[in-house]
Design a protein. Structure first.
Length: 550
């Protein structure tokens, strides 16, 4: 029995040892499978983290490229706005200069019309004075005619000298009036023509008109000088003849007092002379009446021209005032638009600075997150290397591993207890690693949320920048449309200016024609004045010659 029992004990011990070996092997296999699972999970998480990191790097590079592109577009829009502002300022300055030139030209035209109207007024006053002088002369002639028709109860010998003296006085007054009117009228015409010439030296049409009028006035002055010389010669001849005739009449009257026959003959001759002088005076009065009618017609025409010039002046002043008001309104609207555009530009600059600061803050935050993730990846990599080097054994090491089984049950129990403690430590470390993995997953989720938020912010910023670019493009198109409208208004104003210049040239041509007509009328009047006393003086001495012959 003892012999039978003795071999059974080593069998039980070998079975127990084999069971322990199987348990340890199973435990090791379980631990290896768990470690492989953890390693696979860790590798998948590390691959996901690497992909996430690469994706974030690509998104960061794309956002930087988009930011750079938006910055370039913003700079280009700023340059376009600056160029548009400079163009608008230059156009405003050119418009101001042109408006000032138009205003100065209109003021010059108004001044010219005022001076011409004053010249016409002075000419009208001069014509009125001449008319009053002619009326006085006519009254004197009528008085002389009345005296001739109703002679006093004196001797007929004293009638002829008185009548000759009266005729001489009237002829002298007519000659003086004719020469004075000629000189004053030509001086006024010369001044009226030289005044606009001196003022309009800068303009080509004014210089040409002034030269033409100056040549006409010089020719007329030469003709008037010749006429004045002829009149002076004839006046001297007539005065010498009249003095000789007065002496002859006085001698004949003294001789006729001696005899009654001579007195009767001289009285008859004096009566015939008086009748002839009365006829001459009547003809002269008729001619002067015609001249008075002509002067009245000229006065009416001068008044009509003055009224036309006043109406033209009023129209020009009204047009000038309308242009001035329109120019003021345009300048004010342009100033308001420039102020609004400047304010919008300042607002856009402020928005750009704010967005730039926000983008920089977001970039700084993203860089900080990236550094933190890099640190976490480095720690995970170090842990992975540590775990793979400490707990994982290669197949060769496992095959070459020495199995030291205990000889006794106590040693086996100790080995079991040691392996149990090691298993507990491995479980604790695995749980700790699991918690760390969960925490890293949570952190990854947080980082994903942050990245999603940053992506949303980037998209919103991109959307906002696109809206701002679109608004700037709309403003640019509006500004271009306003510039086109300003150009159209500019062309319209230039057309109006050309029309006004054409009207001014036409009005100046009409004024020159009126002045030439006035000069020709005055020349005709002066020629008529110079011809009327010449006829009367030629007719006067004929009966005296008969008395001398007798």
């Amino acid at each position: 029995m003892e012999e039978n029992e003795s071999p059974s004990e080593p069998r039980v011990s070998t079975e127990a040892e084999n069971g322990d070996d199987d348990a340890t092997n199973q435990h090791k296999l379980i631990q290896q499978t768990e470690m492989r699972k953890m390693q696979n999970e860790f590798n998948t998480q590390r691959a996901k983290m690497r992909e996430l990191y690469m994706q974030k790097e690509a998104e960061y590079a794309q956002s930087m490229a988009e930011r750079k592109k938006l910055q370039e577009e913003l700079d280009e829009l700023k340059t376009h706005l600056m160029v548009a502002d400079l163009k608008s300022e230059n156009e405003m300055q050119l418009r101001d200069i042109k408006a000032q030139e138009e205003i100065s030209s209109l003021q010059q035209l108004v001044q010219d019309t005022i001076e011409e109207s004053s010249n016409y007024k002075s000419e009208l006053e001069h014509i009125k004075l001449e008319l009053s002088k002619y009326q006085q002369q006519q009254q004197q002639q009528q008085q002389v005619q009345v005296q001739v028709q109703h002679p006093p109860a004196e001797s007929s010998g004293g009638l002829a000298p008185q009548m000759l003296n009266q005729v001489k006085k009237t002829l002298g007054s007519v000659r003086k009036l004719g020469s004075d009117s000629l000189n004053s009228s030509f001086q006024q015409e010369d001044d009226g023509l030289r005044g606009p010439q001196n003022k309009g030296n800068g303009k080509q049409y004014a210089s040409e008109d002034a030269e033409m009028l100056h040549s006409i006035v010089e020719q007329l002055q030469e003709e008037m000088k010749a006429l004045k010389e002829k009149l002076r010669e004839q006046d001297e001849q007539l005065q010498s003849k009249s003095n000789a005739k007065v002496a002859i009449v006085s001698d004949t009257c003294g001789m006729h007092k001696s005899t009654s026959m001579d007195v009767a003959e001289s009285s008859c001759e004096c009566c015939s002379v008086a009748e002839k002088t009365i006829v001459d005076f009547n003809t002269h009065i008729k001619k002067q009446q015609k001249q008075v009618d002509l002067l009245q017609k000229q006065l009416v025409e001068a008044r009509e021209t003055l009224s036309k010039e006043a109406a033209l002046r009023k129209d020009l002043e009204d047009q000038w005032q309308e242009k001035r008001e329109a120019h003021k309104s345009e300048v004010q609207s342009l100033r308001d638009k420039t102020g609004a555009s400047e304010q919008q530009l300042l607002d856009m600059q402020q928005k750009f600075l704010d967005t730039k600061d926000s983008v920089m803050r977001q970039l700084q935050r993203i860089t900080d997150d990236r550094e933190r993730v890099n640190k976490q990846l480095e720690t995970l990599q170090a842990d992975n290397d540590f775990l793979s080097g400490r707990y994982l054994a290669t197949s060769e090491e496992i095959e070459n591993q020495y199995i030291n089984l205990p000889n006794t049950v106590v040693e086996l129990q100790e080995l079991m207890l040691r392996q149990q403690s090691e298993l507990i430590q491995a479980r604790v470390s695995s749980e700790y690693e699991k918690q760390r993995c969960v925490s890293t997953l949570d952190e990854i989720q947080i980082l994903r949320a942050q990245l999603e938020e940053s992506n949303n912010e980037r998209r919103s910023y991109k959307r906002q920048t696109q809206l701002d670019i679109k608004s700037l493009q709309d403003r640019l198109t509006e500004h271009l449309l306003t510039v086109q409208s300003y150009e159209t208004t500019k062309t319209q104003l230039e057309r109006k200016e050309a029309e006004l210049n054409k009207q001014l040239s036409e009005s100046r041509v009409e004024i020159i024609e009126l002045q030439e007509a006035n000069v020709s009328k005055k020349l005709s009047n002066t020629i008529n004045h110079s011809n009327t006393p010449r006829i009367s003086r030629k007719n006067m001495p004929k009966p005296m010659r008969t008395t001398k012959q007798r």
